[in-house]
Design a protein around this ligand. Structure first.
Ligand SMILES: [Zn+2]
Ligand SMILES: [Zn+2]
Length: 579
């Protein structure tokens, strides 16, 4: 563990100590450090809420003031079983079974609390300086919905109070931008129990955002020489057996569907479908590269505790693409995929980070395909990032099961990292599906495949955009681009006329016809986060002008209507957004 993880994990022990003091009938599961803090899973007759946090934190402070040393001792399996039986801690006995025979079983004690733990910890509880409990949610023992339902208390700890304070401010800023909250306020999407958890419904305004994203990608696909496919949402299980997705991905797929004695899968991946398009006709080197793209909806098993708005869902749409090319074309194709991702991200003003994801050299059996298939693929990615001098990190063990990849992460306005799409080199699936093309020598050869996605999941990317822009979308993507505000009913005909002109230019506008004062109408448009307002009073109508108000600059004064329409048309083009 890093020192920070050690601090946070030790704080988790202190949390468990405090919870047991306050709620002695509580049973404990595990309390690991996580990205921004730690959690501990409890099974208790008490239903924890944030209202309990002050009392628990007070008890934690007492335990820290007591400066209890963390002491380690090794015990036999039997001793550990006896101890946790006496303590009425069945989950600890269940976790004990995970420790392989022959490996040491260690207990850590602070004060009167003893935990089954491999460590490591701070020297004593007194070394904890700044901590805070942050939230509580439901969870399952072993993340398995068929097992006991537990309560997870999250917290965090930092070496200094100043760092903790800054982190809490960031959390507050993140909460204000939460895409679930803004999504509801702006009526972008909803998740209804009537449909099911993890299955978001895009409302008309959210649908516009998705359409704009799809238009942007469709435009780029044309420029980059892709052809589109539409594949069905279910397909024969044999496709996924051949690809190796089944059984490698069996845990994240839904149960097969039986139709007339054949088994079908709700599509977990688009790749085998695109491979079928490739094999649908004989291929020569002259046909390559063949680039296929699809907004392909896929379905993945997610635990209900993991679901989150648009970012963790059970069905999502990939802006997926597959390139079939000769080994000679591989590097250029890979580079052009990289350029595509960078161009698109620049449109959103998003900084990206890259990770070269390779096999775990210790655990090659996790992956499909032999070394001679992996090595050229890993080499290609390495060469491209070197040639383009791309700043990147290396993720050992992060590769897809069939090949290495370049992963993209976007940094949002708060500096948080979001997983985007990937570019993956694959020598393995062409082998499994026996793909061929006729070479210049008139002999059959095996093509190479690139799997690539820019956004990755369109739904998750929408979640990212909502939080990145805090709902203040650029004009080209805003569901409603213009609010027309007539000052009195006398300007309604002029407002109707302006709306008609907007429609012709495909500008998304509405008229505020409420019988309110202008100030109230402007406030309403601001709450709805409309990028532009056009105010129409008696003077404006007489001179064929509008008084412009923008969200960014406030009152911009009167402009002739044709000039205003030209401006908003320009702002509506995604390519016009500053790159
Ligand atoms: Zn521990
Ligand atoms: Zn694929």
């Amino acid at each position: 563990m890093t020192p920070l993880q050690q601090l946070r994990h030790s704080t988790a022990h202190v949390l468990a100590t405090a919870v047991l003091r306050l709620y002695p009938d509580t049973r404990l599961d595990i309390g690991p450090p996580i990205a921004n803090g730690f959690y501990y899973d409890f099974d208790s007759t008490h239903r924890f809420s944030t209202e309990d946090f002050a009392a628990i934190e007070k008890e934690m402070s007492n335990i820290i003031a007591e400066d209890q040393p963390f002491t380690r001792r090794e015990v036999t399996r039997q001793e550990a079983t006896d101890l946790f039986t006496t303590l009425h801690q069945p989950f600890k006995i269940s976790r004990l079974a995970d420790i392989p025979e022959g490996e040491p079983i260690s207990l850590y004690t602070n004060g009167d609390f003893t935990d089954l733990c491999a460590g490591t910890h701070l020297e004593s509880t007194g070394k904890i300086t700044a901590f805070k409990l942050t939230s509580v949610s439901g969870s399952y023992h072993r993340g398995d919905a068929t097992q006991a339902m537990l309560q997870r208390i999250y917290g965090t700890a930092f070496p200094t109070q100043a760092e903790l304070d800054q982190h809490l401010i960031n959390l507050e800023l993140a909460a204000q931008r939460d895409h679930r909250k803004i999504g509801q306020q702006l009526k972008l999407f909803t998740v209804l129990s009537g449909i099911g958890s993890g299955l978001p419904l895009l409302l008309p305004k959210g649908a516009i955002i998705r359409q704009q994203l799809e238009k942007l990608i469709t435009d780029k696909l044309f420029e980059y020489g892709y052809e589109s496919l539409y594949s069905p949402h279910i397909g024969s299980i044999d496709l996924y057996k051949t690809s190796g997705h089944y059984p490698y991905y069996a845990e994240s797929m839904y149960e097969p569907i039986n139709i007339e004695e054949r088994q079908f899968l709700l599509k977990p991946m688009n790749c085998p479908m695109h491979i079928q398009a490739y094999t649908n006709e004989p291929r020569s080197y002259r046909d390559l590269p063949q680039r296929y793209a699809e907004f392909g909806t896929v379905y993945r098993m997610e635990q209900s505790g993991e679901l989150n708005g648009l970012t963790r869902v059970r069905g999502f749409t990939q802006d997926d693409g597959h390139i079939f090319c000769t080994p000679d074309q591989l590097k250029d194709e890979f580079k052009s995929c990289l350029q595509l991702v960078q161009e698109v991200m620049a449109i959103f003003d998003l900084k990206t980070e890259c990770r070269v994801s390779l096999r775990d050299p210790e655990n090659k059996s996790k992956y499909a395909g032999e070394d001679h298939l992996w090595e050229p693929a890993e080499k290609c990615i390495q060469q491209v990032v070197d040639e383009l001098q791309l700043t990147h990190t290396i993720g050992l063990g992060e590769a897809a099961f069939y090949g290495p990849k370049l992963d993209f992460m976007a940094l949002d306005a708060l500096g948080r990292s979001w997983q985007l799409g990937t570019i993956q080199v694959d020598f393995s699936l062409p082998e499994r599906f026996q793909l061929e093309y006729t070479g210049t020598d008139n002999q059959p050869h095996r093509p190479v495949m690139i799997h690539r996605a820019v956004f990755g999941s369109i739904e998750r990317f929408m979640g990212l955009l909502i939080e990145h822009f805090a709902g203040d979308f650029p004009t080209w993507i805003a569901p409603e681009q213009l609010r027309i505000i007539p000052i009195t009913d006398a300007q309604l005909p002029a407002a109707d006329d302006l709306l008609a002109q907007c429609k012709k230019l495909r500008i998304r506008a509405t008229i505020d016809t409420q019988p309110d004062k202008m100030g109230a109408k402007i406030r309403r448009a601001q709450l709805d986060k409309i990028p532009l307002m056009a105010v129409l009073g008696k003077r404006e109508v007489e001179s064929n002008q509008v008084a412009i108000r923008s969200r960014k600059n406030g009152d911009e004064g009167p402009t002739a209507i044709p000039n205003f329409l030209e401006r908003i048309s320009n702002e509506s083009r995604f390519t016009s957004h500053p790159v």
